[in-house]
Design a protein around this ligand. Structure first.
Ligand SMILES: Nc1nc2c(ncn2[C@@H]2O[C@H](COP(=O)(O)OP(=O)(O)O)[C@@H](O)[C@H]2O)c(=O)[nH]1
Ligand SMILES: [Mg+2]
Length: 486
């Protein structure tokens, strides 16, 4: 037997062994995509998939740039009991005429994208290791904020919520709910009607906080993002105004609320963390940092708190309930400031620097626990183009887009058909400028945020629609998947 025969044989043997191993365990990665409501999850996922399926421009995604990405396609997801991410419908909205932003989703969904690539190593090529399944899991970030509830008793949670609702900025929003609480005796017997009334006013208060950009107060997360559970008893409770540690008679409103709070934890919070969250390998957290920047110092502080809470889920302390059920630890987490197309590209690095600064403490902590944490400013879909305007002899970098019907700029109201340019404002060069956020200083860095409609997509070479334009989606992909496609 010649040496070349041997090599041939060995490669064949390896190939068979590879096929065998592949059947046992197809390499798959579960990628969590989260963020608070309207952060841009649906848009991000739809654009990511569309760009991969249509060979979009992804110069900073190494496998694509190196010409090693052969094919991308959708496959049936492995979990039959989870709703599928409705890619076709979202894409249909975006490619419609006129293009529309996709309708928002309010629960968990999932989709399997398979990538075929040319491995770099000889051995991997010989083994035919050339496929990666990416299971994308889209879920509301609000649900992550529920984790701390698991360590709290109803009475402690209730006391804390009541205290927060009496703080200056929130008191006014809680007025109706407080009024009803004042008229109730929590130790009296109560029926469903009362439970429902208190819980509705509590939910209305949470919603108002949220509308004020007060992201950190949202737990219980399902009250604002109920998913399929809307109206169920486990979602019909409220804090009550009683001293911590009160013992209540059976049948009282207090006992009823306490039981529902416990049901919320065991039937809603725990199953989500156990069945979905604990199986994720990698995570991208989308953050509407521009919205918060515009909200001023309070909104930024709230965002910082919410993000720190979210990061705690990914790196729970050794004694927490969650660390006991994690099948595997998430090894890469990417924080992405979305909607960067609202800024001129000269501000994209600044936006990243600001988010990195906001997250400095939590990022260090995560890194010390062996997770790689990245930060990127991106736009899932770029709805603007850049240009310049001359104002009083100076040249200002501007962005142009089609303001959505009903948008107002100064005193002008738009109908969605007219292109318009604005000077979006710029971010401070030094993120430390945000550290001492006095109002006046802050306002000089206000960003003008106009809601633009999605862009019209011109046809690609083959007569099919071209790929959705984006900003830095390829960098995000490279951080999240690049090392698994080598
Ligand atoms: N200009 C721009 N707007 C975006 C982008 N991503 C999201 N949006 C806006 O934010 C809204 C909410 O996005 P969506 O993906 O539905 O958020 P989700 O609730 O996190 O799934 C959209 O309807 C758009 O108006 C983006 O990349 N660029
Ligand atoms: Mg969504």
């Amino acid at each position: 037997m010649k040496a070349s025969d041997l090599t041939g044989l060995t490669v064949e043997a390896l190939r068979n062994a590879g096929a065998f191993a592949r059947n046992l365990a197809q390499p798959a990665i579960r990628l969590g995509v989260t963020g608070l409501s309207r952060a841009g999850k649906t848009v991000f996922i739809t654009s990511l998939i569309h760009n991969l399926l249509t060979g979009g421009r992804l110069p900073f995604f190494d496998p694509a740039a190196q010409g090693r990405l052969r094919r991308a396609y959708l496959e049936p997801q492995p979990d039959d009991d989870v709703p599928r991410f409705d890619y076709e419908r979202h894409l249909g909205d975006l490619l419609g005429s006129p293009p529309r932003w996709p309708r928002s989703t309010r629960a968990l969904s999932q989709l399997r994208l398979t990538l075929e690539f040319e491995p770099r190593g000889f051995l991997d090529r010989a083994l035919g290791r050339n496929k990666l399944h990416v299971d994308i899991v889209d879920y509301p970030g609000e649900w992550l904020l529920d984790l701390p509830l698991l360590n709290q008793t109803y009475s402690a949670w209730s006391a804390r919520e009541m205290e927060m609702s009496r703080e200056e900025g929130r008191k006014g929003l809680a007025k109706d709910w407080h009024k009803l609480l004042a008229d109730l005796n929590p130790l009296d017997d109560a029926g469903e009607g009362t439970a429902r009334n208190v819980s509705e006013l509590f939910t209305a208060y949470l919603r108002k906080c949220r509308e004020m950009g007060d992201a950190a107060v949202v737990p219980p997360g399902r009250f604002l993002m109920p998913g399929e559970l809307e109206g169920s008893p486990a979602l019909t409770f409220s804090p009550l105004d009683l001293p911590e540690g009160t013992v209540s008679p059976n049948g009282s409103l207090h006992a009823m609320m306490e039981r529902r709070f416990e049901a919320y934890k065991s039937h809603i919070v725990k199953p989500f963390f156990r069945n979905h969250f604990s199986r994720l390998d990698r995570q991208i957290v989308l953050v509407d940092a521009l919205g918060a920047l515009n909200g001023g110092a309070d909104a930024l502080r709230d965002l910082e708190r919410a993000l720190a809470e979210i990061l705690k889920c990914f790196r729970p302390g050794a004694n927490s309930w969650l660390s006991g059920i994690l099948y595997r630890r998430i090894d890469r987490i990417l924080f992405a400031a979305t909607k960067a197309d609202h800024l001129h590209h000269s501000s994209h690095d600044r936006l990243e620097a600001i988010v990195r600064k906001l997250m400095r403490g939590p990022i260090e902590r995560a890194e010390s626990l062996n997770a790689k944490v990245g930060v990127v400013a991106l736009a899932g879909i770029r709805a603007t183009r850049e240009g310049e305007a001359r104002v009083d002899g100076a040249t200002l970098p501007c962005i142009f887009g089609y303001p959505l019907a009903g948008e107002k700029i100064d005193s002008r109201t738009f109908d969605g058909t007219e292109e318009y340019g604005i000077f979006p404002g710029d971010l401070p060069e030094d993120p430390d400028d945000l550290a001492h956020l006095e109002r006046a200083k802050f306002e000089s860095h206000q960003i003008q945020i106009v809601r633009f409609r999605p862009p019209e997509i011109s046809p690609g070479g083959n007569g099919k629609p071209g790929s959705l334009p984006h900003i830095r989606l390829d960098r995000a992909l490279n951080f999240l998947l690049g090392d698994r496609l080598k």
